[in-house]
Design a protein around this ligand. Structure first.
Ligand code: UD1
Ligand code: MG
Length: 452
């Protein structure tokens, strides 16, 4: 099948007013990726080498977004929303180039399983003219019903055009179709708009094709393939399904999730085997975790790379550019941004490390802050191998702490410290014998005098 050429036409011209959003509906995200990008990915996974994106509302924004998630896709504007067949025809120039297979998909149906599309393409390869990917549901209201006769699909009837008898059919159109490229334009052009909505229905190509004696079939896929998003409640439902799928895949790939339903992934999260993820962890975009790491509870991680056997959290925040090498440790209430934590280094408690390098085996005491920002520019802090930073120190960047450098607790370090040097950046302590007792007595008698 791989030698068969394939175009996917993705319809994304819906206004989506029910999202109550300035953003076009299909750009709302699931797992950090616009829902229409999930559709593009599924099409690619099913072997669609070319993509045609039919857009309407928010065309400029859509084009701009598409350059990121589908740089190869061609965009076509459907000026007036006259129905799904009319929308597919907006991509006429692409379709008429001549493909073996044309897949029609909806941009607001993000949970499509590429396997369902592949089944559709296989049926085309076997000679079918039109393949409709259907699903069964106990509550078919609103969906087009698949009308079969003798094992063949003869029509799809939209809800509003159904007879009472047809409304009882529970086998429905999920909105995915595979059409023989050689027939696609001819079929689409034959569609009229004499129906309850006065729209050009894509679904009418079934009756047309069947009338022409083409082989028209329905395959069955799970309901999720048809889950269309119209509002933010449905968006959250789709997100939930996506997360459940990904958690399962992650666990089956060798990662322990102690409480899977509390862990959230992005579409591009990578986690190696034998890593353990404790409850309530968020993986934002661009996270790579290697094998054997421990991600403790309540950690928030995005744009970070974590090497094998690292220990992160509980309550750690790894921001973009955090790069933890093997066996590094970032503990509770620590934030790391744009910084390399070299092998075995420890950043254990209450610390901010930003725009920095922490050398191998260095120990960063509780409450250490790299002061990287003067309100205008960011500056770099370089901490050498095996350095020891005493608790509650501020390292005012740009500054370098040499290998084995030793910083006294509570220091404010503004000048670089050479290898193996000890640096104090604080006032020396003064101790006055007996003065504490004297003060206490003085304050006590002052308080007593006030009460009289
Ligand atoms: C459609 C199907 C129905 C199916 C259901 C599954 C048709 C006629 N009906 O109905 O059989 O059960 O999806 O969810 O196809 N669009 C455009 N331009 C248009 C019209 C629609 O781009 O002129 C896009 C929409 O943005 C959307 C998709 O096509 O992504 C489907 O349109 P929608 O109006 O939601 O169709 P349904 O009534 O849900
Ligand atoms: Mg719909």
């Amino acid at each position: 099948m791989s030698q068969r050429s394939c175009l996917s036409v993705i319809l994304a011209a819906g206004e989506g007013t029910r999202m109550k959003s300035a953003l076009p509906k299909v750009l709302h995200q699931i797992a950090g990726l616009p829902m229409v990008a999930h559709v593009v990915k599924a099409a690619e996974a099913a072997g669609a080498g070319d993509q045609a994106l039919v857009i309407g509302h928010g065309a400029d924004e859509m084009r701009k977004a598409a350059t990121k998630f589908a740089p190869k896709a061609e965009t076509f504007v459907q000026e007036k929303r006259l129905g799904t067949a009319h929308a597919v025809l907006a991509a006429r120039d692409a379709i008429s180039r001549g493909y073996d297979d044309v897949l029609v998909m909806f941009g607001d149906t993000p949970l499509i399983d590429p396997d369902a599309l592949t089944v559709g393409r296989l049926k085309l390869a076997e000679g079918a003219g039109v393949v409709v990917i259907g699903f069964r549901t106990a509550n078919p209201t609103g969906y087009g019903r698949l009308i079969e006769k003798g094992g063949k699909l003869v029509a799809i009837r939209e809800e509003k055009d159904c007879s009472d008898e047809e409304k009882k059919i529970t086998f429905c159109n999920g909105g995915l179709m595979a059409v023989a490229g050689s027939q696609a334009l001819k079929l689409l052009e034959a569609v009229g708009n004499k129906n309850a909505k006065g729209e050009y229905y894509l679904t009418d190509i079934v009756e047309i094709a069947s009338g022409q004696g083409l082989d028209v079939i329905a395959t069955e896929a799970s309901f999720e393939n048809a889950l269309g998003i119209n509002n933010r409640a449905e968006l959250a439902e789709a997100e939930g399904i996506w997360q459940r799928r990904r958690r399962r895949e992650t666990m089956l790939s060798g990662v322990t999730l102690i409480s899977p339903e509390t862990v959230f992934f992005s579409h591009d999260t990578e986690i190696g085997a034998d890593t353990v993820v404790e409850p309530n962890v968020w993986f934002g975009l661009g996270v790579k975790i290697a094998t054997g790491a421990k991600i403790h509870a309540f950690s928030h991680i995005e744009g970070a790379t974590v090497a094998s056997n690292c220990d992160v959290g509980p309550f750690a925040r790894l921001r973009p550019g955090a790069d933890l090498k093997q066996k590094a440790k970032v503990g509770n209430f620590c934030e790391v941004k744009q910084a390399v934590i070299e092998e075995g280094a420890k950043v254990n408690h209450l610390t901010y490390i930003g725009d920095a390098r922490v050398g191998a085996g260095a120990n960063i005491g509780a409450g250490t802050i790299t002061c990287n920002y003067d309100g205008y520019s960011k500056f770099f802090t370089d901490i050498g191998e095996g350095a020891f930073i005493g608790s509650n120190s501020s390292l005012v960047a740009p500054v370098t702490i040499g290998n084995g450098g030793y910083i006294a607790s509570g220091s404010v370090i503004t000048e670089s410290v050479p290898d193996d040097a000890l640096a104090f950046g604080r006032a020396r302590q003064k101790t006055i014998p007996g003065k504490g007792k004297e003060l206490r007595e003085r304050f006590a008698s002052a308080a007593a005098a006030k009460k009289k």
